[in-house]
Design a protein around this ligand. Structure first.
Ligand code: YRO
Length: 312
């Protein structure tokens, strides 16, 4: 039986549904090239700002048995650096490039999108909505009215297809409100669920101490901690965004979790914590495990089970 793991979406083809989560193995050209030369089906760059940033003091990432916590503080080489990478990107090779944008203000996001728009580069923007809004306000992703206004402005300056990276939501009303906002933008063709679960606190009882330095130890959670939240967000947005794609991100460390995300309706899936811990060999391993699982179940392509999660 021949397996077809390919994904066709946004007018692009990926040989398989796996790629890196933005933030992991994608800050330097060297890292981006590691992902490009791996078994991954696409590449996404670290969220960038107009100016390069050093990010927060270290330690700013820590892995535990169940996942990871980070407060990186948006370390990145600056928009122009990733633009240069996109300019030289060998698009023909069939491994799409996504460029993650996370401006320090709406004005910055508009400037980056306008710049992208005039250059016709072979990459698709994923706007990180976990970006600072105004002091005293929550992150953009947790302020639907601000999202609506920002997406309107971004959609006005950028004439192409784009996506957004969403934080996790925990209330049906918030799913409904966000879906209402997102559905107002037809060129917003995909949403990636989820960013890390914000402001967790990992404690080392031996040292009686936090494990990362920024924010007195608070940071975004990833890995096994977040899998059920990620699956819920994928499934709930798939239900509410019938004309868009949902990319799954959160808690994938083997073929089984990749399978669960696709069963929940994900078109493609991103690997964060597991990639950070294991390196780019994770793509070939997880892909092989997904293929074995599909074979055992008699599925020949992803569409055979995508979104087919059963309820009781
Ligand atoms: O600290 C980060 O760079 C970071 N970590 C995450 O887990 N998700 C993110 O979106 C980011 C960048 C954005 C922000 C959290 C620093 C505002």
């Amino acid at each position: 039986m021949r397996l077809d793991l390919s994904v066709s979406w946004l007018g692009l083809t990926m040989t398989n549904p796996l790629y890196n989560a933005s933030g992991v193995m994608c800050r330097s050209v060297e890292e981006l090239e590691q992902v490009r030369h791996s078994a991954a089906g696409a590449v996404i760059s670290k969220s960038c700002t107009l100016q390069p940033r050093e990010g927060n003091p270290e330690p700013r990432y820590c892995a535990t048995l169940l996942g990871s916590i980070n407060s990186m503080g948006l370390p990145n080489a600056g928009f122009d650096y990733y633009l240069d990478y996109a300019r030289g990107y060998p698009y023909e090779a069939g491994k799409p490039l996504f460029l993650s944008l996370s401006g320090m203000s709406l004005q910055d996001n508009l400037q980056m999108l306008a710049s992208l728009a005039e250059q016709y580069l072979p990459c698709i923007p994923e706007v990180n909505l976990s970006c600072p809004n105004l002091p005293g306000k929550p992150q953009l992703g947790y302020d639907p009215a601000a999202c609506l206004a920002s997406l309107q402005a971004m959609s006005d300056v950028y004439p192409g297809v784009f996506g957004v990276k969403l934080p996790p939501y925990f209330d049906p009303v918030h799913f409904d409100q966000m879906a209402g906002v997102l559905n107002a933008f037809p060129r917003l063709r995909f949403v990636t669920c989820i960013n890390s679960i914000g402001n967790g606190l990992v404690i080392d009882p031996e040292r009686e101490c936090v494990v990362i330095k920024p924010k007195d130890g608070l940071g975004g959670l990833g890995g096994a901690y977040v899998l059920p939240t990620a699956l819920a967000n994928v499934r709930e947005f798939v239900r509410r965004l019938p004309d868009k794609h949902v990319v799954g991100c959160g808690g994938i460390s083997s073929g089984r979790e990749a399978f669960m995300h696709i069963l929940a309706g994900a078109t493609a899936v991103q690997i964060g914590t597991c990639l950070y811990e294991e390196g780019e060999g994770a793509f070939a391993r997880i892909l092989q495990e997904l293929a074995m699982l599909m074979e055992a179940k008699g599925y020949q392509c992803l569409a055979d089970f995508r979104g087919k999660l059963k309820t009781l």
